[in-house]
Design a protein around this ligand. Structure first.
Ligand code: SAM
Length: 320
């Protein structure tokens, strides 16, 4: 191992370690235990199940936003079953296949074309945990939550400024004091809006922990968010760079070094999203050495694509 460390660059070693910690979930519906891809790591799946145990004392709903093929849903439902809890996980998704999802799948178990529905596949994958699951096909930019108080909210669908606003507007008012919010994308390289939202609401949430492998951070609601405070927090139209910078700084302060890579990348992606290629390039040149094996390639590629005239990231993220 010592020899390997000398030969293999640290970034590659880090990448290998990440792979070892896996992005697999067992397909419970198949007779033999076949592992299938998931967009969460084993450590995250354990954290989701533990979170269900931790909110056992609250009488409220469990909501999973952006469940895809259900790795998040299965982990939550597992917690309910273990606790002998008759509640259900309300798992939301559009359930419409998109081309980027091919990256996480394999034709051996899943072969969809963009635009096709994969709802039956997710349903099948719930296997013997079906009684603890309520799959809801909905668009989270417009859907309404009328299901009452929420004790646990897992969010893996804040993929843009408008989705972040819509989800917080609809689901945060129902969070009970003591409820957990699990942001699956908090430590991802390209979700700058989540830190802006949580920083704005920092007086109402307590940061609890983050996984070592994966991108999830866990927060607890400490007091009800007044409607006018929430309305202001989800309005990103007037967001200035200074405030965005403050939110990444705040994340570093509360989460420590664990957040450094994600906040460094998020910052670069934020300026790319604004179409400020010069600033993104300048930050990348200065901070490249901070970025790890998992993220360096994607950030570099995004900058290269923008330099080549591809403005799809900017187009996707200019709308607030
Ligand atoms: C990163 S994937 C979720 C992965 C999944 N949680 C897992 O653990 O494997 C994000 C999901 O959000 C869903 N999504 C994106 N935008 C949405 C929207 N506007 N309404 C509902 N679902 C949406 C996508 O269909 C996708 O399944």
């Amino acid at each position: 191992m010592l020899q390997l460390k000398k030969i293999i660059p640290p970034r590659v070693l880090e990448g290998l370690r990440y792979i070892r910690h896996g992005r697999l979930v067992w397909d419970r519906a198949l007779p033999s235990f076949v592992p299938v891809a998931a967009m969460t790591t084993k450590e995250e799946q354990v954290l989701f199940t533990q979170a269900v145990r931790d909110v056992a004392g609250l009488r409220g709903e469990i909501v999973d936003l952006g469940c895809w093929l259900g790795s998040t849903t299965l982990s939550l439902a597992q917690g309910l079953r273990e606790m002998n809890d008759s509640g259900r996980v309300h798992a939301y998704d559009r359930f419409i296949w998109e081309a980027w999802m091919d990256l996480y799948s394999s034709e051996h178990w899943c072969d969809y074309m963009p635009g096709e529905t994969f709802l039956p596949e997710t349903r099948r994958r719930m296997g013997d945990l079906k009684p603890w699951v309520n799959l809801v096909q909905a668009d989270l930019t417009t859907c309404r939550w009328e299901g009452g108080p929420i004790r646990l909210l897992l969010v893996d669908a804040m993929k843009s400024w408008p989705l972040t606003s819509a989800i917080a507007r609809e689901f945060y008012p129902s969070l009970m004091v003591g409820a957990l919010v699990l942001h699956q994308d908090y430590l991802s390289f390209n979700h700058p809006w989540i830190s802006v939202l949580q920083c704005r609401l920092r007086d109402y949430f307590e940061y609890e922990s983050s996984v070592s492998y994966g991108c999830t951070s866990r927060f607890k609601l400490t007091k009800q968010i007044p409607p006018e405070v929430l309305a202001e927090a989800i309005d990103f139209k007037q967001l200035q760079d200074d405030e965005a910078e403050l939110s990444w700084q705040w994340s570093l302060e509360v989460m420590g070094e664990r957040a450094r890579v994600a906040m460094t990348c998020s910052r670069i992606m934020y300026y790319l999203g604004k179409g400020d290629l010069a600033r993104a390039r300048q930050l990348f040149a200065r901070d490249e050495h901070i970025i790890d094996a998992m993220n360096i390639g994607v950030v570099k590629k995004s900058i290269a694509e923008a330099e080549a005239g591809d403005d799809s990231w900017a187009k996707m993220n200019s709308e607030r």
